[in-house]
Ligand binder design. Structure first.
Ligand code: CTP
Ligand code: CA
Length: 227
């Protein structure tokens, strides 16, 4: 048992963070991916570590340097990300799923490079497992589970719906409408919604500061759990 240190409120806590895109293979040289840079998730992993948590980062393909003092596991596909997250979930006090996981994956992966033939070409896709929702089913009341929501319309309503459906403590809504917010850049503008439907809107700021805001929310939640 550690002595409480106000600057390291998460000392003794384990955290799991997912970050980045997933790549779903089509053939040996092609995949379906998305524009996620992983920056938001990496910033959250760093912010949790700075406050004393022991952090495991499950990352899709990114070009970012590994955060220091964080155990990083690199994965490619949604299925690999699911397997890694399930492995670390039960032991984690704090779980933040910020990865942009593919919702669909090819039904078949061609073993050889697909040659061009017809003018049109179809790829049949099937749903992937929703990692966050499957973790939500296993969540205990001493764990803090945080998800993200990317919406372009009815944002708060859709995000609140995701929070409930996936059994989360908080959902972080990305405001895509604002200049400077979103996937690739270094800044973000978010609204954090809790289970009571209360929301807190933060201003546009660098992703590492957004991460600190999110981590402060998590710290307060862990304090109420442990009080
Ligand atoms: N998520 C996940 N596994 C998936 C899909 C999404 O863990 N297969 C997580 C994301 O990491 C994020 C949250 O679910 O924390 C919401 O992702 P988002 O794409 O906004 O929502 P979806 O539930 O996939 O719904 P839709 O894309 O249809 O809006
Ligand atoms: Ca999705």
């Amino acid at each position: 048992q550690q002595y409480f240190n106000p600057s390291l409120p998460l000392k003794g806590k384990k955290a799991l963070v997912s970050a980045g895109p997933t790549y779903e293979a089509i053939d040996p040289v092609r995949f379906i991916g998305n524009y996620s840079s992983g920056k938001m998730g990496y910033a959250i992993a760093e912010a949790l570590e700075k406050r004393g948590a022991q952090v495991t980062l499950v990352s899709g393909p990114t070009t970012l340097p590994s955060p220091t003092n964080v155990e990083k596991h690199t994965v490619i596909s949604a299925q690999e990300m699911l397997d890694a997250c399930e492995r670390y979930f039960d032991e984690s006090d704090i779980v933040v799923m910020s990865a942009a996981v593919a919702d669909y994956t090819p039904v078949q992966v061609a073993s050889e490079k697909i040659k061009k033939k017809e003018d049109t070409f179809r790829i049949e896709l099937k749903r992937t497992t929703d990692i966050l929702a499957s973790l939500g089913k296993r969540k205990t009341n001493i764990q803090t589970l945080v998800g993200f929501a990317l919406e372009t319309n009815n944002e708060v309503e859709n995000a609140t719906d995701k929070l409930k459906r996936k059994n989360l403590d908080f959902i972080v809504l990305n405001s895509l409408k604002d200049e400077g917010a979103g996937f690739a850049g270094d800044t973000n503008k978010v609204t954090v919604i809790n289970r009571n439907g209360e929301h807190q809107s933060f201003s546009l700021k660098p992703k590492n500061e957004v991460a600190e805001d999110i981590v402060n929310t998590i710290i307060r939640h862990q304090e109420t759990i442990n009080a």
